[in-house]
Design a binder for this molecule. Structure first.
Ligand code: KIV
Ligand code: ZN
Length: 517
């Protein structure tokens, strides 16, 4: 790669599993995080922020396990400036082929006074000490000035210079509260570049929140001003209004290369898969008109638009749907497809499944093919994700019979297997879903409260699979369960059972609610 091309490369730093997971209700368990990490690595993400090691045992374990499997992306843990934070991050990252410690401290007057109760001088000392300590574990250290956009610029210049002197290779300027505007952020980044004498020894990074809907615009403004790392999340997941959406940043750089002559390593055709996975795992539905990944992002409804697109796609399409991985519902397999073809197709879709998981997925595929004439890629992805994510479930769905309709009462007859032991129950309820969930509660008593029940069709048509997400909360622990089936009630039962399995894991680990940054 030529020097000018390398100078224009923008590092994509994904924080879906750290900042994204900090959104209330967006918790992810270990198998889900491992799957997301594989997908992020496969799509060419440069840095994967896998968690905040000290915040909970679950975060520590996730970073540690991700560090073992990811080879082509840098794996990163967040840490405050304390010794214990940094040592914990280093410990979690120990197996990583490429590791980064990302240490941060708040620098705005408001945060220093009310949150940290520290004087600016103490923040300066903590910065230098943290970066110095982090460098003992890795050469790749990032330092962030939390609430940077509301900090005193002169103070920031001094901190940045010291952080670089102490060994930070990346300097991140977060717009923590989503307050800045593109021109203002451009000015800040430009002034940092002009005022910090050793700034050429580090890469500048942007980290924008979306409170005013400007996270992507601000990130792009920062890139134009000289930042060469963008911190972002899939689907813009994140605290409050979220973080800058990776898919929007990547496609803006790609589509407007004429005015934004920068490039990333992201294989944009993987975008839809990542978006669907993160949405299914968290239960955060992507709004239909969301840029790039919304269901309507490439749909042309108006007659004039349809006519134009049929004559020439570029009349109304600035990007090709294929460029983000939107396959026009490829019919892939049917009732007669065999095990070998199934295995090959699953591999083509980017999954490496063990023998048991492939057998389980194949069995589910055959069941599905009996109910649904045409099986599309989306169906396979839903089915395989389902098989991957419930590999270690202790409670297994066996069968469900429901009586429903306008003449009540609605009843559900449920069979589950708990640790290999069959359990049955019958219940009535206010509607078939209520009856189903009550029957599950009888077979497996628990205190969890239902917080979310959401249904989404995987493809078009009345025989489409329903993908259901259920969120349950028990003693401050929140879990999301997913289930897919052509029968919405079976999908609902599977989703509920999946959520209970996750709750069991949290109970066994006595996992406390995680601390956030
Ligand atoms: O928004 C923020 O300031 C952060 C930092 C921890 C980087 O997420
Ligand atoms: Zn953030």
């Amino acid at each position: 790669m030529s020097q000018s091309s390398e100078n224009n490369r923008v590092i994509i730093f994904d924080t879906t599993m750290r900042d994204g997971e900090q959104s209330p209700g967006a918790s992810m368990n270990l198998p889900e995080k491992l799957r997301i990490a594989e997908v992020l690595e496969g799509m060419g993400v440069d840095v994967i922020e896998a968690g905040f090691a000290i915040s909970s045992p679950g975060d520590f374990e996730a970073i540690n396990e991700i560090a073992k499997i990811v080879k082509n992306s840098v794996v990163c843990s967040l840490a405050r400036t304390g010794v214990e934070d940094i040592e914990r991050a280093a410990e979690a990252l120990r197996p990583a082929a490429q590791k980064r410690i990302h240490t941060f401290i708040a620098t705005s007057p408001i945060h220093m006074k009310y949150k940290l109760q520290m004087e600016p001088e103490q923040v300066h000392e903590a910065t230098v000490a943290a970066v110095t300590l982090a460098r003992r574990f890795t050469d790749d250290v990032e330092w962030s000035c939390e609430d940077g956009t509301r900090s005193d610029p002169a103070f920031l210049y001094r901190l940045i210079e010291s952080a670089i002197k102490a060994g930070a290779r990346t300097i991140n300027i977060p717009d923590t509260v989503g307050y800045t505007l593109p021109e203002e952020y451009t000015r800040l980044i430009t002034n940092i570049r002009n005022s910090v004498p050793n700034i050429d020894k580090a890469r500048l990074s942007t980290h924008c929140h979306n409170d005013l809907g400007l996270a992507v615009a601000n990130s792009l403004a920062a890139v134009k001003a000289g930042a060469r790392q963008v911190e972002c999340t899939i689907n813009g997941l994140g605290e409050r209004a979220g973080n800058a959406a990776m898919e929007e940043v990547v496609m803006a750089l790609k589509t407007r290369h004429d005015l934004l002559p920068y490039h990333t390593r992201i294989k944009s055709e993987h975008i839809m898969r990542a978006s669907r996975l993160v949405s299914a795992v968290t239960g955060f539905v992507v709004q239909p008109n969301k840029a790039i990944v919304g269901a309507n992002a490439f749909a042309h409804e108006a007659g004039i638009h349809q006519d134009g697109v049929l004559k020439h796609a570029s009349t109304y399409e600035i990007m090709r749907p294929e460029s983000v991985g939107l396959v026009s519902s490829n019919l892939v397999m049917g009732k007669h497809s065999g095990r070998h073809a199934f295995r090959v197709k699953v591999k083509e879709l980017g999954y490496e499944l063990g023998k048991n998981a492939i057998e389980d997925a194949f069995r589910r595929f055959k069941d599905l093919a009996d109910k649904k004439k045409e099986i599309f890629e989306e169906d396979l992805i839903a089915l395989v994700d389902d098989a991957v994510l419930r590999r270690n479930d202790r409670i297994k769905f066996v069968s469900l019979q429901v009586v429903c309709g306008s003449q009540g009462p609605q009843t559900a007859d449920m069979e589950l297997e708990v640790d290999g032991v069959p359990k049955q129950a019958k219940s009535t309820g206010d509607g078939p879903v209520d009856a189903t969930f009550k029957a599950i509660k009888q077979t497996f008593p628990h205190e969890g409260r239902l917080q979310l029940f959401q249904v989404h069709a995987v493809t078009g048509g009345t025989d489409a699979q329903a993908e259901v997400t259920v969120r349950i909360e028990e003693n401050g622990r929140t879990v999301n369960g997913q289930g897919a089936d052509t029968d919405t009630l079976v999908a609902s039962a599977r989703a509920y059972v999946n959520a209970l399995n996750k709750l069991l894991v949290k109970r066994e680990k006595r996992e406390p609610a995680a601390m956030s940054a």
